[in-house]
Write a protein that binds this ligand. Sequence first.
Ligand SMILES: NC(=O)c1ccc[n+]([C@@H]2O[C@H](COP(=O)([O-])OP(=O)(O)OC[C@H]3O[C@@H](n4cnc5c(N)ncnc54)[C@H](OP(=O)(O)O)[C@@H]3O)[C@@H](O)[C@H]2O)c1
Length: 253
Amino acid sequence: MSGRFAGKVALVTGASGVVGRAAALAYAREGAAVLVAGRDDARLAEVVKLIEESGGRAGAFRVDITRSDEVAAMVHAAVSRYGRLDVALNAAGIFGTLAPLADYDEDTWDEVLAVNLKGVYLSMKHEIAHMRAHGGGTVVNVSSNLGAHWRLAGASAYAASKAAVSSLTRAAARDHIADGVRVNAISPGPIDTPMSARPGETREERDERMKDALPIGRVATPEEIAAAALWLSSPDSSFVVGADHVIDGGATA
Ligand SMILES: NC(=O)c1ccc[n+]([C@@H]2O[C@H](COP(=O)([O-])OP(=O)(O)OC[C@H]3O[C@@H](n4cnc5c(N)ncnc54)[C@H](OP(=O)(O)O)[C@@H]3O)[C@@H](O)[C@H]2O)c1
C-alpha cells in the first residue's frame, strides 16, 4: 500500500465509535497497519473486516482505557502484532449527561473524568513510553471545542474533562518532543454521530438546531475530523507541536 502511512503502525482508541472508525479506515487507506481498540467486540470486528476487504491490515483489541494494565497490553499488542508503533489516535470518550452542576450525578462525573481524562493520560503514558524508546512517533488526542474553547450549559463534567485533555496535550508535547514524540490535539465541534444529539432528539432535529448554532450551518462529517487527525499524525505537520486544533465550523471563530 502507498500513502502517507505506508509501513507505519497506527493505534486508534474509540475505533468502535464513529470518529475512531472513520480515522482507522483512513489510516489503513493511507497504508498503515491499524490496531483498532474499544470495548465492543462486534463493532471492532466490523472495522477490521472493512479494512481487510479493501486490502489493508488491521486487528482488534478490547480495552477499557481507564485500566492501566489493559492500556499497557493494548500497546504491547500493537507492537507484538505489527512490530512497531508509530501513530496513536486517542479518540475514546463519553459525554455523560446534561444537568446543572449542582444536580450533576457524582458517579457520572467520576465516569466522565475517568474515561476522558484518566483514559487519555493512561493511553499517552503507555504509547509515549514505547515510542520514545523506539525512535519516536506521533500522538493525537481527540478533545472537543466544548471545554477550553466553548461552553454549553449542563455539560460541566464533559467540558472540564475536555479542557483538561487540551491542557494535558500541551504538557505532554513539551515533555516529549525532545524524545521524538510529537503530541497534538484536535477539538472538534458537533459531528454527525449520536453524541451530538440531545436526549430524545432525532438526527433531523439535531441538524435543524445546528443550522443556527454553527456559522457553517451543519455538523462535521466523521471523515472531516479524521482528515485533521491524519494530518496531525503525518509528516505534513512536522513542525506542529502541542497544538489544539479547533475544527468547529466557525462556532468559536
Ligand atoms: N460527536 C461529537 O459531536 C463530538 C464532538 C467533539 C468531540 N468529540 C469526541 O470525539 C471522540 C469520538 O466521539 P464519537 O462521536 O465517535 O463517539 P462514539 O461513537 O460514542 O465513540 C466513543 C468511543 O469511545 C469508546 N469508549 C468509551 N469508553 C471507553 C472505555 N472506558 N474504554 C475504551 N473505550 C471506551 C467507545 O467504545 P465502545 O463503544 O466499544 O464502548 C467508542 O469506541 C470522543 O472523544 C468525543 O468526546 C465528539
